[in-house]
Write a new protein. Sequence first.
Length: 196
Amino acid sequence: MNTKTSLPVERIAQAIVVIRNQKVLLDEDLAALYGVETRRLNEQIRRNAERFPADFMFQLSGEEYAALMSQFATSKPGRGGRRKLPLAFTEHGAIMAATVLNSPQAVEVSIYVVRAFIRLREALGTNRELAAKLDALEQKTELLSLQHETFAGNTRAQLKQVFEALRQLMMPPASQTRRPIGFVTSQEKKGGGKHR
């Protein structure tokens, strides 16, 4: 089997799902990758149960399996479906499965399985870095926006004061009665008459 062309890392990565916050391969997908029947893989796992602690492999609950199947919205080929709930293998469990199967294909493909998990981990790391950078940029933008609003508010208040001052300067002075130039007699003051 030419695994370089028939089992690209991307194809394996597509079979990896997240269950219980762990990236795992289901037993039927792992068995297909390793070139064995799911039944044979599970037999070897049961015979070597001590090699598969909970962080290497676990059995899906009915709810997890139902949710997973509804997520894919397709049924698996075969008659009558599964009799037992599938096993889920973490990266370490998938490698351990290759060792208990002890077939050349399983050993060869296990290298690609590890690479697929590594690629997903790197992608997740890149996404986390990008998310952190995006969060930092968003916070800076919000801070600048707040500073800009404060600056704009201060600037508006200052400009308003300038315009008010300019309007006051443009207004004529309060109506003051101007005293006529020259000598004004007391009669002219009382009568408001004009002098000649």
